[in-house]
Design a protein around this ligand. Structure first.
Ligand SMILES: C[S@@+](CC[C@H](N)C(=O)[O-])C[C@H]1O[C@@H](n2cnc3c(N)ncnc32)[C@H](O)[C@@H]1O
Length: 236
């Protein structure tokens, strides 16, 4: 489920070649707030947490991720920041020393796809339904009453190939599956395939996602939406 080991070595170069804009992500995450307990679910190589830690020395910042190879890179990147703690964890058995004021995931375990006026749907890196229920329950348990959950927004996925910063070519291919879709990621240097990774995603309608969160006391809070980057939820 959602293992990124194959991609880990090339992840940063792909992502910082225009896939995500980390400064903008952190601008909208913070929304003028400071000094909170913050958790990133699926922090990967720590690109968001680094930007966050640079601006938020007063916050207590935690990151969890399933893939040790991704966390190894995050560990190195975040060494200078004493207020960041990282741990290898599957969100389905999330275990933290304290509750959080803000939990977020961007391209991490869960995100929403927004495609024009169509209803958003939720995408999960976890293919099994019961495991999704467990994971959302664990997350809810670690958000303080009145705290916020922000889940990232992405555009519709499509097949494409494009050169990245170092001239290598990143490509992706999407195939529908019974419970969502399968996404194949590739990186090629000329004719040489450097990386191939496949993730089996589960999708949920907006109503299903709200229901799964609602049973855990997490309610959709459109006033917390952060532009086109995050949908906002509140722990009641
Ligand atoms: C596309 S990366 C996003 C990383 C980071 N948020 C960023 O924006 O660069 C998705 C991450 O989610 C992690 N992940 C997938 N399933 C997970 C799970 N069940 N529990 C914790 N992390 C998971 C993967 O290991 C991967 O590092």
């Amino acid at each position: 489920m959602g293992d990124y080991t194959n991609m880990s070595y090339y992840y940063d170069v792909i992502m910082t070649s225009g896939y995500y804009d980390y400064e903008k992500i952190v601008d909208s995450l913070l929304n003028g707030q400071t000094g909170q307990r913050v958790l990133e679910i699926g922090c990967g190589t720590g690109l968001i947490l680094e930007e966050l830690a640079k601006r938020q020395s007063q916050s207590s910042i935690a990151g969890i991720d399933l893939t040790q190879a991704m966390l190894n890179i995050a560990q190195e990147r975040l060494k200078p920041f004493g207020n960041v703690s990282l741990s290898q964890q599957n969100v389905c058995s999330l275990d933290l020393p304290q509750q959080q004021d803000l939990a977020f995931s961007y391209g991490g375990v869960w995100y929403f796809v927004v495609d024009g006026d169509k209803e958003p749907f939720m995408v999960s890196h976890i293919p099994d339904h019961e495991a999704n229920q467990l994971g959302l329950a664990r997350v809810a348990q670690y958000i303080a009453k009145g705290g916020t959950l922000l889940l990232g927004i992405q555009g519709p996925h499509h097949d494409y190939a494009k050169p990245i910063a170092n001239g290598m070519v990143y490509s992706q291919k999407i195939e529908p599956s019974a419970h969502g879709f399968t996404k194949h990621y590739f990186l090629n240097d000329g004719d040489t395939r450097l990386m191939a990774q496949t993730i089996d995603y589960r999708t949920y309608s907006f109503a299903q996602a709200l229901e799964m969160m609602g049973v855990n006391g997490i309610e959709y809070a459109p006033q917390e939406n952060r532009g086109h980057l995050f949908l906002g939820f509140k722990k009641t």
